[in-house]
Design a binder for this molecule. Structure first.
Ligand code: TYD
Length: 144
């Protein structure tokens, strides 16, 4: 089922967060519904990814996500059927918000990359759209 709220914003957003810190080091804060525009139901992190690996390859029906490369760097390919975009995540201060209708693929992981993902919903394999043809069918309906 498509959550209509999710298709209002077709642009993926990059949020720059503040660095707090002093001579002891740095600190960055993320708060649900403040820094990022949703409640956080799930957190996972992707790490130890081989450099030549490309992963993701899906969109969602409901889930919104916030991606932060808390160490190292990676790139994200986005496609919301209106435009495609390549985003470089190379700073713990940069948060990429993915809407459900953002088909995404992650690649060019640095060896030390730890990609933190905050998600708006619990894990549900039924919420994944892993077939690009189905993804275009589902979301091109919304663009009419
Ligand atoms: P997968 O979705 O294939 O990762 P990616 O899209 O980044 O390539 O996830 C890998 C495995 O982990 C797959 O068997 C599903 C499982 N998984 C969970 O059980 N819970 C989760 O929250 C996530 C993200 C994945």
């Amino acid at each position: 089922m498509i959550n209509n709220d999710s298709i209002i914003n077709l642009e993926s957003k990059i949020i720059e967060v503040k660095v707090l810190g002093d001579d002891r080091g740095l600190l960055t804060v993320i708060e649900e519904n403040l820094t990022i525009p949703f409640e956080i139901k799930r957190v996972f992190y992707i790490y130890g990814t081989q450099n030549e690996v490309r992963r993701g390859f899906h969109g969602h029906f409901k889930t919104r996500q916030a991606l932060i490369s808390v160490a190292g760097s990676c790139k994200v390919h986005l496609d919301n059927l209106i435009r495609t975009q390549e985003v470089i995540l190379d700073s713990p201060q940069k948060i990429l918000i993915l809407e459900p209708n953002d088909w995404h693929e992650m690649y060019d992981f640095s060896e030390d990359c730890v990609l933190l993902v905050l998600a708006s919903h619990h894990y549900d394999s039924e919420d994944y759209i892993r077939d690009y043809k189905v993804f275009t069918e589902v979301y091109s309906e919304c663009l009419k």
